[in-house]
Design a protein. Structure first.
Length: 304
């Protein structure tokens, strides 16, 4: 046979014959079934060995903003220049809801929560000796608050906001059901309390400033404008002093779920993936083994 026919033969040898592939898979069915069974067993064992994780969810809406403040603040901004800004009064713009959620997710707030709750030993149990109440690593390798914040914000806590329903959902995913529930409820409570106290402090500061400005001016129109804004600020302070759920109004607090209501691992999915992964792996091994057998046979035929 001339050399000009060799490329055509090579192309023919490289073409995939579906029926031949099927025959190869049938011949190696026991190996494929063995791989499938082994992978299925491994996935099943892993699914039951992994520590279950549970979700605790708090669903909340947002407190309605006072409708009486816009006019007074707007009038002050228009009639008395930058007095409102100087007094530390917000003139609007931006979303208070987005700001509240951003505060709930903020590093400073979460780090303070981790520190107050003593969560570092819980998050890094491998490096903590509960009996001696000490870290088992050197001082320079002790887990930091920043590291705990990264773990908490990326793997444990998540928040979502549905603009259509005006609902915010805070979710804690953790291996201890009771701890997850406590953290979820406590985070929202602390956020409300912190923002409430901050509003009281800032409003009082604004009122003090406005009172001083009021004493400086004798212009009746300006005095009336300041009075209207002070009235708005007093109402805001009254709300802050009387409403514990100042920003986030809880609709559905987190509760402890049943022991078998874990969200991770997804055991049925892992088992199915293990089975089909084993079938695929077994099929690849059978095909490669057959291809290698054909290659060696071809080399032996060429040598003869």
């Amino acid at each position: 046979m001339s050399d000009k026919h060799l490329p055509e033969m090579i192309v023919d040898d490289d073409e995939i014959d579906i029926f031949q592939l099927w025959e190869t898979l049938v011949e190696g069915k026991w190996l494929i079934m063995g791989c499938a069974g082994l992978c299925f067993a491994a996935a099943t064992a892993l699914a039951f060995i992994m520590t279950p994780k549970y979700e605790a969810k708090v669903i909340a809406t947002f407190a309605e903003e006072s409708k009486s403040g816009g006019g007074g603040i707007g009038a002050l901004a228009a009639q008395y220049g930058g007095l409102a800004e100087m007094a530390g009064i917000s003139l609007g713009g931006g979303s208070n809801k987005d700001a509240a959620i951003a505060f709930l997710q903020s590093r400073a707030f979460i780090e303070q929560f981790i520190q107050d709750e003593g969560l570092l030993p819980i998050f890094f149990q491998k490096h903590w000796d509960a009996q001696s109440n000490k870290w088992t690593v050197s001082e320079d390798k002790v887990p930091s608050l920043w590291r705990a914040y990264e773990l908490f914000s990326k793997s444990i806590m998540s928040t979502s906001f549905d603009k259509k329903t005006n609902l915010m959902t805070l979710t804690i995913t953790w291996k201890n059901r009771d701890q997850a529930v406590r953290w979820a409820n406590e985070l929202v409570r602390r956020a409300n309390e912190t923002l409430r106290q901050r509003t009281i402090t800032e409003t009082q500061s604004s009122l003090d400033f406005l009172q001083k400005e009021l004493e400086k001016t004798s212009i009746v129109e300006v005095q009336n404008t300041i009075y209207r804004v002070m009235e708005t600020q007093v109402k805001s302070m009254m709300m802050a002093n009387t409403q514990e759920q100042f920003v986030f109004k809880i609709i559905d607090p987190a509760i402890t779920v049943d022991e078998d209501a874990f969200v991770k691992p997804k055991r049925p999915l892992m088992m199915v993936l293990g089975l089909f992964g084993g079938l695929f792996l077994g099929g690849v091994i059978v095909v490669l083994r057959k291809a290698n057998h054909n290659r060696l046979a071809k080399k032996a035929a060429q040598a003869n």
